[in-house]
Ligand binder design. Structure first.
Ligand code: TYM
Length: 346
């Protein structure tokens, strides 16, 4: 049997987020905003990774609500499924069954040692020491299946997901090489130049994360008062001179984080944000960061609420998204199985 080859690949973006709580400012600046900018140039697939979220226990009511809420954040942040020239596809991972099936197949092309080296697995094994399940271990394999099903050329992610996309490339190359085919397109990750790792406001050595809630973590649902309070308490350093506000990530991580946040909200570079605040005190820097975040969050929150109030319209977007995604994913899966010698359904 002649294996089916990969169709000509057009620039295609695919990326996703877990419905495991309220997204953070880090998710917005490092993920939603840069990822959605690809809609202008790429065939675009965005999705909500519910199968990944269950690797940590989720209360059923929360998983259900969070899935629609995350869909609403995507749409509020500018995902446009109605663009007549290039409609973006938004769907829920579990609505397209091919993800799990290809994930199983790719398990056999992934080595235990590779998964043991994944830093996210190591971190989460500490965080969820009571529940180090096989799904958590195999998480990056399912992620590889997600990416490869859509022949993605670009996978925009924050810094912490780089290793998973690199593993996906290794798996794709290994498969292609083993069968002597070009079944999979080998994707690359794209990391935004700034905002790829928004840091915790209380501990700028750590990334801002919904799994470490509190004063250091700004949530997309925070009120203006909460945002101001969190920035007012942000950790900086003890510099007081006229040069205290400058962009020096190694030497001044707390200050650099605030400058990156301002820059991310205003489409500037952190160096430009630093020039504008030069000579001022940290109080002014923190107030500026809070103002920049609030100016960005308020219209975003209003738009998200608008979508949540119209769940029929929201569900319709997700239904159409799954219908668009499914044939693309199924075609890849058929190509994979043909290359491997699976007997097609009779
Ligand atoms: P998740 O849900 O942990 O995070 C979603 C995206 O947000 C980015 N991010 C950040 N960026 C900058 N600063 C931060 N503080 C910050 N926190 C989170 C993450 O890097 C990520 O891009 N495994 C993925 C979901 C996934 C996926 C995929 C992504 C599943 N399949 C296929 C791309 C392609 C994850 O857990 O994301």
């Amino acid at each position: 049997m002649q294996p089916m080859e990969l169709p000509a690949v057009q620039p295609t973006v695919l990326t996703g987020i877990q419905p495991s709580g309220v997204p953070t400012l880090g998710n917005y600046l490092g993920f939603f905003k840069p990822a959605l900018s690809f809609q202008a140039t790429h065939r675009a697939y965005y999705f909500i990774v519910d199968h990944h979220a269950i690797t940590a226990r989720q209360a059923p009511a929360d998983l259900l609500a969070n899935t629609r809420e995350v869909a609403a954040w995507y749409l509020a942040a500018g995902l446009n499924p109605e663009n007549p020239n290039n409609p973006a596809t938004l769907f829920v991972q579990s609505h397209v069954r091919a993800h799990v099936e290809l994930g199983w197949i790719l398990n056999t092309f992934t080595q235990m040692g590779e998964l043991e080296r994944m830093t996210q697995y190591k971190d989460k094994s500490v965080q969820h020491a009571q529940n180090i399940n096989v799904g958590l271990f195999g998480y990056p394999v399912l992620q590889a299946a997600d990416i490869l099903l859509y022949n993605a050329t670009d996978v925009p992610v924050g810094d912490d997901q780089k290793q998973h996309v690199e593993l996906c490339r290794d798996i794709a190359l290994r498969f292609n090489h083993h069968y002597g085919t070009s079944t999979f397109h080998v994707p690359k990750h794209t990391i935004p130049p700034h905002g790829a790792r928004v840091r915790d406001l209380q501990d700028p050595t750590k990334k801002m994360s919904k799994s470490r809630p509190g004063l250091g973590c700004v949530l997309l649902t925070d009120t203006p008062e909460e945002v101001e309070k969190k920035f007012k308490r942000a950790v900086t350093d003890s510099d007081t001179g006229p040069d205290a506000i400058r962009y020096a990530p190694e030497e001044k991580p707390g200050v650099a984080n605030l400058l990156e946040i301002i820059a991310g909200c205003r489409d500037q570079t952190p160096q430009q944000a630093a020039v504008q605040l030069h000579g001022q005190q940290y109080g002014a820097l923190k107030a500026e960061a809070a103002a920049a975040v609030n100016a960005m969050l308020q219209p975003l929150q209003a738009a998200q609420q608008g979508w949540l109030q119209n769940t029929q319209k929201l569900d319709d977007v997700l239904r159409r998204g799954a219908a668009q995604a499914e044939p693309v994913a199924n075609a890849t899966l058929a190509r994979v199985k043909a290359a491997m010698g699976y007997l097609p359904p009779l």
